[in-house]
Design a binder for this molecule. Sequence first.
Ligand SMILES: Cc1cc2nc3c(=O)[nH]c(=O)nc-3n(C[C@H](O)[C@H](O)[C@H](O)COP(=O)(O)O)c2cc1C
Length: 178
Amino acid sequence: MSAVSRQPTPPPTSVVVASPSERLTETDLIYFSSASENTRRFIDKLEVTAARIPLRRGDDSLVALRPFVLITPTYGGGEGTGAVPKQVVTFLNDPRNRGLLQGVIAAGNTNFGAAYGLAGDVISAKCRVPMLYRFELFGTPRDVERVRDGLDGFWHRAPNVAPDTPADEGIDKEDCSR
Ligand SMILES: Cc1cc2nc3c(=O)[nH]c(=O)nc-3n(C[C@H](O)[C@H](O)[C@H](O)COP(=O)(O)O)c2cc1C
């Protein structure tokens, strides 16, 4: 008889199964940037690992595996609708992503007055996560420093948990991006 000892069966772990058209990410920073790429330039200056929400419809969709902060530009032109880019809406409509969102940072342009960085306010209200910062276009060196330091502090204070928000505030968490 063989003397091979059997390893104990490991306990079951939760597994996220990706479809062939999905890209999984373990980063704690996720961003969107349109073809003008201002936000991507800001991310480059941060010098941290970040995953980009796909720009084009046919691209693989992004699925977050860990709690993350979202950086998004604002669109909509101050019309009151469409402030959150469609690609970000699609990303947040996936409950796997929405459930891991911890905070939002918005880019924009002060030329849009009250709608400056509005995408962040919309997402913050509907997903009940803190609006952490807003900056213009691709950000100043001071913006880069403040966001880098702010994210460090944010993750030290709340590494894995969503902020404790009342469940009955009437904001529809099922639809947090429009
Ligand atoms: C058509 C259009 C509409 C925009 N609407 C807003 C707006 O409502 N509020 C705002 O703060 N910025 C607005 N912006 C400015 C963008 O948020 C800003 O240029 C941003 O840096 C774009 O980032 P991206 O190049 O990464 O996509 C708008 C820009 C365009 C082109």
